[in-house]
Design a protein around this ligand. Structure first.
Ligand SMILES: *Cc1c(COP(=O)(O)O)cnc(C)c1O
Length: 252
């Protein structure tokens, strides 16, 4: 969705505060409807395309963690906002192995782990930086070629192997649902992720708790919460419609 009438631009701290509160209230409401405790669901504001100066307003409105799709964009903003010591960064988009060093340097969380090679590269870089990283394995639940993530059948092997990396804290799974008007199809992606998580927990290495399900965005987060989301990644409903089409982030 890129309709600026659906997602008006938030330009002031007050508007950002308002949008954060509105989205939070919708999350809480979706939890109540699903018989869940609202505290189980974390709102991750997604700030891609918005410049660092603007993100200072988001910080002033209360954001202490921001999600970014592209690591270089995120890294640059982290540098520009380094004075905001308690602002944490979550990288949520596909990462090339040769850019693992950037994530290792500043990110608190990474949602798009999709290969053993990338896990190795991150772990090595984290040792150098003397840091730890919370990671989620991205699963392609929509079957769409354009979406990143591993096929569900590949997940057991990857999860089993992730136990060997001392610097990666494997927390759960992430997915992007099908982009569809059909709620049942979208919901099917979320159900698939939850069921996969449940079956992986049974074979996960000792001590690995796959508690997190990162699923749901501005257009579909209520459905995701109904199916068990613990992190919803929301950009446009907080900051306003993006000029950049989504195909820039997950090529069609
Ligand atoms: C941009 C993005 C989101 C947020 O999408 P909105 O439509 O702005 O809510 C969620 N997840 C990923 C991976 C993204 O790149």
């Amino acid at each position: 969705m890129n309709d600026s009438s659906v997602f008006p631009q938030a330009e002031t701290i007050e508007q950002l505060r308002q949008n954060l509160a509105t989205v939070r209230a919708r999350i809480d409401q979706a939890c109540v409807q699903a018989g869940r405790d609202p505290q189980e669901v974390r709102l991750l504001p997604v700030s891609k395309t918005h410049p660092a100066d603007y993100l200072r307003l988001a910080y002033a409105a209360g954001c202490r963690m921001l999600g970014e799709n592209k690591v270089q964009e995120a890294y640059q903003k982290w540098q520009e906002l380094e004075d905001l010591k308690d602002l944490e960064w979550s990288v949520i988009g596909h990462l090339q192995t040769n850019k693992a060093k950037y994530v290792a340097r500043f990110a608190n969380e990474f949602h798009a782990l999709d290969s053993l090679r990338l896990a190795q590269a991150l772990d090595q870089r984290l040792i150098i930086e003397d840091r730890y990283l919370n990671v989620l394995v991205q699963i392609n639940t929509s079957g769409e070629e354009s979406k990143y993530g591993i096929d569900p059948e590949q997940a057991p092997e990857l999860i089993t192997q992730l136990g060997q990396f001392s610097r990666l804290r494997v927390r759960g799974l992430m997915t992007l649902a099908m982009n569809s008007e059909n709620d049942q199809a979208v919901r099917g992606c979320f159900i698939q992720l939850r069921e996969l998580r449940d079956s992986l927990q049974a074979i996960a290495p000792q001590g690995m708790q796959l508690t997190e399900l990162s699923m749901g965005m501005s257009g579909d987060f209520e459905l995701a919460i109904a199916e068990g989301a613990t992190i919803v990644r929301i950009g446009q409903a907080i900051f306003g419609a993006r000029a950049q089409p989504d195909s820039y982030y997950w090529p069609q």
